[in-house]
Design a protein around this ligand. Structure first.
Ligand code: GUN
Length: 288
């Protein structure tokens, strides 16, 4: 049996089409949704991600401002820029691309952004809302995108055993909260680098969501027949057959032979993250 692909690219374009209409309406009311992205340093992958965000803003008519800062920029300088953006009523969303250089404390940065402009959904206020089961705050983008993909495919999670691999503040932790919330009702297991017997836990799971950033970590043999597989990993590796770079996920591609549904890499979770970022920016502009 081959899995049905959970096509994040096409769903994200549908979401963008809806946002484009909304953005046009807002502009008629004198509101131009505006996202400011700060990137410190020269990490090549981060530059690609930021460019993708910028292009998605263009497609939907959202104004974007990109601020590229040298790697030597101090934490205090970044905090001051955030303070200015917080005060600027024309800016609705602020995002500092992660990872930042080591001398910049990401938690400090996150806490400085006004919760109402925190389009990443990482501020303790927004995460606290999530713990309370209140989805009216700004929701972290990758988890929100995964929930949309599963919902769009009408995958019922009630009582299902869902294993999340990875406990990051960006994906694993908020996603686990969302899966366990009332109305979704999954039984969630959070696994991480110190978990024992991950393969056995996976074998007993109806849904596996891998977000740890290790190419091919989850093996085909770990997958129960007809399970649902969501791959959040996206690593650049050399393809030995062509000597060129390619993007690979955390799950062996051959898992597709056992799964009922599986996200492709690329074209699965990645575009959904961006669609949710745009959704949060429009939400922030409306709530402003
Ligand atoms: N780096 C990788 N994913 C993300 C994300 O969702 N937000 C930010 N700010 N940085 C990231």
């Amino acid at each position: 049996m081959g899995a049905v692909l959970l096509d994040g690219k096409s769903l994200s374009r549908e979401i963008e089409d809806g946002l484009k209409i909304k953005v046009n309406e807002l502009k008629k009311d004198g509101i131009e949704p505006h996202l400011a992205v700060i990137l410190v340093g020269d990490d090549p992958a981060s530059h690609v991600y930021v460019r993708n965000k910028e292009n998605a803003c263009k497609r939907t008519g959202i104004k974007s401002t990109k601020l590229i800062l040298p790697v030597a920029t101090s934490e205090e300088e970044v905090l001051q820029i955030i303070d200015e953006m917080n005060k600027n009523n024309d800016i609705h969303g602020i995002l500092v691309q992660s990872p930042t250089p080591k001398h910049i404390n990401e938690l400090k940065i996150t806490e400085r952004i006004y919760p109402t402009k925190d389009v990443d959904g990482f501020h303790p206020w927004n995460l606290g809302k999530l713990v309370q089961g209140d989805m009216r705050g700004l929701i972290p983008c990758t988890p929100a995108g995964i929930m949309k993909l599963l919902n769009n495919a009408k995958i019922n999670l009630v009582g299902k055993k869902v294993t999340v691999i990875g406990r990051s503040r960006i994906v694993g932790m908020p996603l686990s909260l969302m899966l366990a919330q009332k109305g979704i009702d999954a039984t969630v297991t959070i696994t991480h680098s110190r978990s024992k017997d991950i393969e056995k836990i996976c074998m007993a799971s109806d849904v596996i969501i891998a977000a740890l950033g290790i190419p091919g970590f989850v093996k085909k043999e770990w997958i129960k027949d007809s399970s649902v597989i969501v791959d959040v990993g996206i690593s650049r590796v050399i393809d030995t057959s062509t000597d060129r770079h390619k993007l690979v996920g955390d799950i062996e591609p051959s898992a597709i032979e056992k799964a009922s549904y599986m996200t492709p890499v690329p074209g699965g979770v990645g575009p959904m993250t961006i669609a949710m970022l745009l959704t949060n920016t429009v939400k922030a502009a409306i709530n402003n």
